[in-house]
Write a protein that binds this ligand. Structure first.
Ligand code: F6P
Length: 361
């Protein structure tokens, strides 16, 4: 008999349900339905801390392959304060351990991104058997070439750029499409290339506003009447990149009193320099919503079956990911606390430059 705890933590994304279904179906079919118990904890680590869970049945996982969101709900439980007691004095880490032992679990399967992995690794260090699956539209988890949710989000962000393309060309306008990603630019870069953006701004390559204006002017000179910029939420100017932490915080706070996000600030700067009207579109959380794309359904299902294999073999303490197209296990202690940034001189960035895409640098 295997008794498994399951939870989804952090910002949601597509294919969370597909991944959980993958784990559970594989366990059920490999071990037999009477040899597996699945306890679903609601709303991320909160469910594990506050004992909010349900013993799930096979039918709970039926029909969810294509469903967005997560049947278990999710929440962010910041790692920074995980060791601090909550407002009622509850020791969160002890509570999670107690609930794990109370249910006599063999393993906790955690689906999450960066913050989630730090806590998962802490629980591993505390002696729990943990397996994790890499979810996030940001694709920024270290140790795996891809996270699930990413390809679905690329599709949505690309579609947003495609839609803007037609109206931008009708009206001869400069448009900014703001893509999710505060710290990394994987989503913006891929959607930007796929959508034929002319300028792509990502956190890893600080921009110079004059270089952006040069790129727009160059297009106008070549006879293009419109320009599309794909801008990551975390795009940063060269001046800000050179600031101290304190100065940066102050500068961003000041900007936030005037502009809803970085794209609006960039739009205002371009308008000031060119006299052109700039439009901004923010697809926002639509990028995390809706059905997973076929790639993510397959990918998440494959990750799920690998997680089941590890559980069957009592092989714990890993994130299941994909490396060089192979589904594989990566030690949790190697993953926790590290971000997978885009290298500014990555091949894909050089290829984008060869296509004439400007990074505003
Ligand atoms: O980490 C996923 C993500 O969607 C980021 O791309 C985005 O910056 C952030 O979460 C948004 O967080 P929230 O849902 O808390 O607004």
């Amino acid at each position: 008999m295997k008794r498994i705890g399951l939870l989804t933590s952090g910002g949601d994304c597509q294919a969370l349900n597909a991944a959980m279904r993958g784990v559970v179906k594989a366990l059920w079919f490999q071990l037999g339905g009477d040899q597996v118990e699945i306890y679903g904890f609601y709303n991320g680590y909160r469910g594990l801390i506050y004992s909010n869970y349900k013993l799930l049945s096979f039918s709970d996982f039926s029909g969810i392959l294509t469903r967005g969101g997560t049947i278990l709900g999710s929440s962010r439980t910041p790692f920074k304060t995980i060791r601090e007691p909550d407002e009622n004095g509850v020791d969160k880490v002890s509570a999670m351990k107690q609930n794990y032992y109370k249910l006599n679990l063999d393993c906790l399967v955690v689906l999450g991104g960066n913050g989630t992995h730090k806590t998962a690794n802490l629980l591993r260090e505390e002696g729990l058997n943990v397996i994790t699956l890499p979810k996030t539209i940001d694709n920024d988890l270290w140790g795996t070439d891809m996270t699930f949710g990413f390809q679905s989000a690329v599709n949505i962000a690309t579609n947003a750029i495609d839609c803007i393309h037609t109206t931008a060309s009708s009206h001869s306008r400069v448009f900014i499409v703001e893509v999710m990603g505060h710290k990394v630019g994987w989503l913006t870069l891929n959607a930007g290339i796929a959508g034929g953006a002319d300028i792509i701004l990502i956190p890893e390559i600080p921009y110079d506003i004059d270089k952006i204006v040069d790129a727009i002017n160059m297009r106008t000179k070549r006879g293009s009447s419109f320009t599309i910029l794909a801008v990551a939420e975390g795009a940063i100017s060269k001046e800000r990149a050179a600031m101290s932490k304190k100065e940066l915080k102050e500068s961003l706070a000041k900007s936030a009193t005037k502009y809803p996000s970085v794209s609006y600030e960039i739009a205002a700067e371009i308008e000031k320099r060119t006299g052109q009207e700039i439009r901004v579109t923010v697809p926002g959380h639509t990028q995390r919503g809706g059905s997973p794309c076929p790639y993510d359904r397959v990918f998440a299902s494959r990750l799920g079956t690998k997680a089941a294999e590890l559980i069957i073999n009592n092989d714990y303490g890993y994130m299941v990911g994909i490396v060089n197209r192979e589904i594989t296990k990566i030690p949790l202690e190697d993953v926790a606390g590290k971000l997978k940034y885009l290298e500014p001189d990555a091949t894909i960035i050089n290829e984008a430059r060869m296509l004439g895409i400007s990074f505003g640098d």
